[in-house]
Design a protein around this ligand. Structure first.
Ligand code: EPZ
Length: 484
């Protein structure tokens, strides 16, 4: 993915790799790890990378070692948490993915100072929100990444007001944020919704008792952040227990917040007057790790994953062992070897520690190669089977009935031109292409770039035949599929 300096009329000039001096007047620092200050208001996503495709020749076992990046879904709330203090917050192990760049744009648009690490420090960012002038998350940014709404609670708590665009619908479901709003109102916020924006204000939030109607990950994170600066105690029940929630609480505690119970269904927050700066290392990305585990299993590889945390993947590892896979898990690494015929096993997606919905699509690809019938039940999002239609184009036998998909295997997969519809659906297609016979062309890979750091380089590094290409290909490729 390329970031390019915006031309004066807001369009984008010719693409130049960012960190090798793309920015006008940028001089390469001499030392190996210095931070550079980049004015993200003048950087845009190179339009042509929105047309990128992957060409993958299947049939190569993945052999070797892959280093897992930091978790996108932990980094995003952690960056929003920087709003809660006027002192610098230093975050390490930040993944270099598109959503992180969007979040940086968002923070800078409010007046934050974002420094990006370089060289050995390239996964570090320092965020200073000592001069927030514009507590607003504009539609232009929120529409590209719904997690932008995570700034709502922190802005309200720190600035006493916030204007955040309603996120609107998403490929995988309606995904309203009514529970965020209800929670903030219980902490004393006045909230109006008009012209597609949420206008929130509160002199100072006060503690309260919140019972979430439904378990919501970013809802728990948003309210937890807001409550850190509220007057008095907040008790939140039916909270999400995802590792990303616990990681955010760890950062907030380093910033001086008083939080108990993160990682359980009940979280208590004793509000404080002020928070201070901190340095925090983001947890590894369990979904990226799970994606590589399934890719290794299906290609019959022998893969070592490093910088990961197997304890965050208990339900996936258990399910794969049920399918006949052997996984050696260490404290921060995993080794996946597979030579056996997979047997079918059902899954149903649940909140953590249940089977993660963000691994459902990748598991569906695995089920197409398992002997027998696997029933996949999606309980979290109402429209998260878009990938099934593309897998059928590659020869899979899948029938979708409402929130269930019935997968009959094993069926050989053959190459085809397919397209991504959302982040995790894209991962399932990349894995299918690694297994399929022939050369598969995957369109709209900008979805992959949102949450996977340099996936094609990581895959190539362990033996996959994959390359990223631009617009030229369509002339030679089979007509792309029509997705409803
Ligand atoms: C987080 O989304 C993740 N995103 C998602 O990962 C993940 O799929 C999801 O949690 C579930 O694990 C980030 O952390 C940035 P929810 P979030 O609120 O918080 C309903 C990926 O691939 N709901 O836990 O938005 C909602 O519609 C992404 O990396 C309400 O009804 O999910 C859904 O059905 C995709 N009202 C359910 O709750 C609300 O106010 C769970 O959603 C909030 C949620």
């Amino acid at each position: 993915m390329k970031l390019v300096p915006k031309s004066p009329n807001g369009g984008s000039r010719k693409a130049e790799p960012l960190l090798s001096g793309g920015v006008p007047g940028f001089k390469k620092p001499v030392s190996r790890s210095r931070t550079i200050r980049i004015d993200f208001r003048n950087v845009a996503i190179a339009p042509e990378s929105l047309m990128d495709k992957f060409v993958i020749r299947g049939g190569n076992p993945l052999v070797g070692s892959v280093r897992i990046s930091g978790a996108k879904n932990a980094a995003l709330p952690a960056m929003a948490a920087a709003i809660l203090t006027d002192e610098p917050v230093i975050l390490e192990n930040i993944p270099d993915v598109r959503d992180i760049h969007t979040e940086r744009n968002l923070l800078v648009s409010m007046g934050a100072d974002v420094e990006l690490g370089y060289g050995r420090a390239s996964h570090r960012t320092t965020i200073s929100c000592n001069n927030l002038v514009n507590p607003e998350a504009a539609y232009e940014l929120v529409k590209t990444m719904r997690a932008s709404t995570l700034v709502l609670g922190p802005l309200l708590a720190r600035m006493g007001r916030a204007r955040v665009s309603q996120p609107g619908g998403c490929a995988i479901g309606a995904r309203p944020i009514d529970l965020h709003i209800k929670g903030l109102e219980r902490l004393g916020a006045t909230i109006k919704q008009e012209h597609g924006y949420i206008e929130a204000s509160a002199e100072r939030l006060h503690g309260g008792h919140i019972i979430f109607d439904k378990i919501t990950v970013t809802g728990t994170e948003d309210l937890m952040m807001a409550a850190t600066l509220a007057q008095g105690e907040t008790i939140m029940e039916n909270c999400a227990r995802e590792p990303e929630v616990t990681d955010l609480a760890a950062l907030l505690t380093k910033m001086g917040a008083k939080i108990e119970g993160a990682g359980t269904h009940t979280i208590r927050i004793h509000g404080v007057k002020k928070l201070h700066g901190a340095r925090h290392r983001i947890i590894p990305d369990r979904i990226e790790a799970g994606t590589f585990v399934i890719a290794a299993v299906l290609t019959g590889g022998d893969l070592q994953l490093t910088n990961c945390d197997p304890s965050h993947l208990g339900s996936l590892i258990q399910k794969l062992e049920e399918c006949g896979v052997s996984i050696k898990a260490g404290t921060d690494s995993m080794r996946v070897t597979n030579g056996h015929q997979l047997v079918a096993a059902d899954i149903s997606t649940e909140e953590f520690p249940g089977f993660p919905t963000d691994m459902q699509a990748q598991y569906m690809t695995l089920a197409t190669q398992s002997q027998g019938t696997s029933i996949i039940t999606e309980n979290i999002f109402e429209n998260r089977f878009m990938h099934a239609h593309e897998l059928v184009r590659m020869g899979a036998n899948i029938r979708v009935e409402g929130s269930r998909a019935i997968v009959r295997g094993k069926t050989p997969l053959s190459s085809a031109a397919v397209q991504c519809s959302d982040l995790r659906a894209s991962a399932s297609l990349v894995i299918a292409a690694l297994v399929a016979d022939g050369e598969t062309i995957i369109d709209r890979v900008y979805h992959v770039d949102r949450g996977y750091e340099r996936i094609e380089e990581k895959l190539k590094g362990v033996g996959a035949q994959i390359r990223r290409i631009g617009e030229i290909l369509p002339k030679r490729a089979a007509a792309p599929s029509v997705v409803a």
